[in-house]
Design a protein around this ligand. Sequence first.
Ligand SMILES: [Zn+2]
Length: 123
Amino acid sequence: MARCEQGYLCDVCGDEVENISDSDLYLRFVTGQIASGDLLAAPERHLLCNPFNAQFIDTDAVPRVYASGDFDRRQLDDEYVQQQSQLLTRGWQRLQELAALEQPIPLADYPLPEFRSHGRSSD
Ligand SMILES: [Zn+2]
Protein backbone atom coordinates (compact mmCIF):
# COMPACT_ATOMS: atom_id res chain seq x y z
CA MET A 1 0.00 0.00 0.00
CA ALA A 2 2.95 2.34 -0.49
CA ARG A 3 1.82 5.65 -1.84
CA CYS A 4 4.34 5.55 -4.67
CA GLU A 5 2.63 2.52 -6.17
CA GLN A 6 0.54 3.09 -9.22
CA GLY A 7 -3.12 3.51 -8.38
CA TYR A 8 -5.73 0.95 -9.26
CA LEU A 9 -8.07 1.28 -12.19
CA CYS A 10 -11.68 2.16 -11.61
CA ASP A 11 -14.01 -0.77 -12.08
CA VAL A 12 -16.66 1.53 -13.58
CA CYS A 13 -14.97 4.08 -15.86
CA GLY A 14 -11.57 2.42 -16.36
CA ASP A 15 -9.49 5.45 -15.36
CA GLU A 16 -6.90 5.32 -12.64
CA VAL A 17 -8.02 6.16 -9.12
CA GLU A 18 -5.08 8.41 -8.34
CA ASN A 19 -5.73 9.40 -4.77
CA ILE A 20 -7.14 7.80 -1.67
CA SER A 21 -9.31 10.90 -1.20
CA ASP A 22 -11.14 9.91 -4.40
CA SER A 23 -11.41 6.19 -3.64
CA ASP A 24 -14.69 4.41 -3.06
CA LEU A 25 -12.73 1.33 -1.99
CA TYR A 26 -11.03 3.19 0.84
CA LEU A 27 -14.24 4.95 1.78
CA ARG A 28 -15.76 1.50 2.30
CA PHE A 29 -12.67 0.41 4.24
CA VAL A 30 -12.65 3.37 6.67
CA THR A 31 -16.39 2.98 7.29
CA GLY A 32 -16.13 -0.71 8.12
CA GLN A 33 -17.84 -2.07 5.00
CA ILE A 34 -14.84 -4.18 4.04
CA ALA A 35 -12.02 -5.71 6.05
CA SER A 36 -8.37 -4.97 5.38
CA GLY A 37 -7.94 -8.54 4.17
CA ASP A 38 -10.48 -7.90 1.43
CA LEU A 39 -8.92 -4.64 0.32
CA LEU A 40 -6.78 -6.15 -2.41
CA ALA A 41 -9.53 -8.38 -3.76
CA ALA A 42 -12.30 -5.77 -3.83
CA PRO A 43 -12.79 -3.66 -6.97
CA GLU A 44 -11.55 -0.07 -6.89
CA ARG A 45 -13.83 2.74 -8.00
CA HIS A 46 -13.89 6.51 -7.97
CA LEU A 47 -16.16 7.92 -5.28
CA LEU A 48 -18.53 9.36 -7.84
CA CYS A 49 -18.52 6.17 -9.91
CA ASN A 50 -20.36 4.50 -7.03
CA PRO A 51 -23.36 6.75 -6.33
CA PHE A 52 -24.70 4.28 -3.79
CA ASN A 53 -22.05 5.46 -1.32
CA ALA A 54 -21.36 8.92 -2.80
CA GLN A 55 -24.98 10.04 -2.41
CA PHE A 56 -24.51 9.95 1.37
CA ILE A 57 -21.51 12.30 1.47
CA ASP A 58 -22.86 15.63 2.63
CA THR A 59 -20.21 18.19 1.77
CA ASP A 60 -19.96 21.02 -0.72
CA ALA A 61 -16.75 19.42 -1.97
CA VAL A 62 -18.59 16.46 -3.50
CA PRO A 63 -21.29 16.99 -6.13
CA ARG A 64 -24.76 15.80 -5.15
CA VAL A 65 -25.46 12.46 -6.81
CA TYR A 66 -28.19 9.89 -6.40
CA ALA A 67 -28.11 6.15 -6.87
CA SER A 68 -30.58 4.79 -9.37
CA GLY A 69 -33.80 2.96 -8.68
CA ASP A 70 -34.58 1.56 -5.26
CA PHE A 71 -31.22 2.66 -3.84
CA ASP A 72 -31.82 6.36 -4.44
CA ARG A 73 -31.48 8.00 -1.00
CA ARG A 74 -34.72 9.86 -1.63
CA GLN A 75 -36.48 6.47 -1.69
CA LEU A 76 -34.87 5.16 1.48
CA ASP A 77 -35.92 5.24 5.09
CA ASP A 78 -35.13 8.61 6.73
CA GLU A 79 -33.39 7.10 9.71
CA TYR A 80 -31.20 4.92 7.51
CA VAL A 81 -30.33 7.89 5.29
CA GLN A 82 -29.39 9.94 8.34
CA GLN A 83 -27.15 7.18 9.72
CA GLN A 84 -25.48 6.58 6.38
CA SER A 85 -24.96 10.30 5.79
CA GLN A 86 -23.27 10.75 9.15
CA LEU A 87 -21.09 7.71 8.66
CA LEU A 88 -20.07 8.26 5.06
CA THR A 89 -19.50 11.99 5.49
CA ARG A 90 -17.18 11.19 8.41
CA GLY A 91 -15.55 8.50 6.28
CA TRP A 92 -15.01 10.99 3.48
CA GLN A 93 -13.45 13.46 5.93
CA ARG A 94 -11.18 10.65 7.15
CA LEU A 95 -10.04 10.05 3.58
CA GLN A 96 -9.11 13.72 3.24
CA GLU A 97 -7.06 13.43 6.46
CA LEU A 98 -5.33 10.30 5.19
CA ALA A 99 -4.57 11.94 1.86
CA ALA A 100 -2.95 14.87 3.67
CA LEU A 101 -0.73 12.79 6.00
CA GLU A 102 2.96 13.50 5.72
CA GLN A 103 3.96 10.23 7.39
CA PRO A 104 2.35 6.95 6.37
CA ILE A 105 0.39 5.20 9.11
CA PRO A 106 -0.40 1.47 9.42
CA LEU A 107 -3.31 0.30 7.31
CA ALA A 108 -5.00 -0.91 10.50
CA ASP A 109 -5.23 2.71 11.66
CA TYR A 110 -6.95 3.97 8.51
CA PRO A 111 -10.55 3.27 9.53
CA LEU A 112 -12.68 5.48 11.72
CA PRO A 113 -11.95 4.64 15.40
CA GLU A 114 -14.99 2.40 15.88
CA PHE A 115 -13.99 0.23 12.90
CA ARG A 116 -10.37 -0.37 13.83
CA SER A 117 -9.91 -4.06 14.44
CA HIS A 118 -7.65 -3.61 17.43
CA GLY A 119 -7.31 -1.14 20.29
CA ARG A 120 -3.72 -0.15 19.65
CA SER A 121 -3.25 3.51 18.84
CA SER A 122 -0.57 4.65 16.46
CA ASP A 123 2.51 6.03 18.15
ZN1 LIG B 1 -14.36 5.88 -12.23
